[in-house]
Design a protein around this ligand. Sequence first.
Ligand SMILES: C[S@@+](CC[C@H](N)C(=O)[O-])C[C@H]1O[C@@H](n2cnc3c(N)ncnc32)[C@H](O)[C@@H]1O
Length: 283
Amino acid sequence: MTRKELLKELTSHIVPRDHAGDDARQLLTHVLNISHADLLAHDDEDVSSFQKSRSIRMAKARSRNTPMAYILRSRSFFGRQFAVNDHSLIPRPETEIMVEEAVALCNDSSMFIDVGVGSGAIAVTLNLETNRPIIGTDISKRALKIAKKNARKLEAQVSLHEGSLLEPIWPNELKRHERVIITANLPYLSEDMWNTSPDEVKNYEPKIALVSDASDGLDLYRELLMQINSRREELPKDLFVLLEIDPRQNDLIEPMLDEVAPGISFEIKNDLAGKPRVVILTF
Ligand SMILES: C[S@@+](CC[C@H](N)C(=O)[O-])C[C@H]1O[C@@H](n2cnc3c(N)ncnc32)[C@H](O)[C@@H]1O
């Protein structure tokens, strides 16, 4: 069987049909370990029976709505490939805006803290883009394992700690730099938001990585800000905190900040789709 014939067969396996051709091409180039250009230029070459059975197995998984990132065990973020597993959230393109904003705030005396590192997409990217030190924390051992793997593979220097939010970070680690930039893409969906998420998310991604207990979904951000308040003296004066939100939470931010950080200066930046996505707090 030729590459072209297999591509046709893979496309026919993938239902629903939206993006079936793109998904099939991505699966085939992954299995053959070639580029799209190579596939186009040499589509009359034969495939092995192993390549055929492996790619058909993947196409069948895709037709059951398994996200492409879990089938390929990898997702691109900020132009780099990150390994993902069933215990880590798939890095989202909308999160790239938080990285861009954090990089723009960075100077030669900055350090970063990324709370809830997950696959390490934010932490690894910040280190590679700025060469500044970064500490990442997560309560999930399994997420930390994949973050460590990504940091090693992409040759990033990220210091990883297990624990809740800022708790595992020692006071002397916080004081060492003149500016600290904290990034947080923590679970922020309410149960209602989770219930209306696409099946691809609900059936495959870890709920624990996405949903917060509070009715507005913002409890972990409240807790983070309260931890910052109680450790304010250990942190430098020059402090920024970036929080990723769901666009539906836009109007809930100000009341939440009035509760836990009254009077703080903040702005909300839109993502590439023009939707409110990142809250930037300036202390
Ligand atoms: C929405 S995922 C985001 C992962 C990653 N930051 C990204 O953008 O791809 C949230 C992560 O926060 C972690 N998490 C949840 N509660 C936490 C807590 N109290 N302290 C630290 N990490 C937490 C979860 O284990 C999960 O890895």
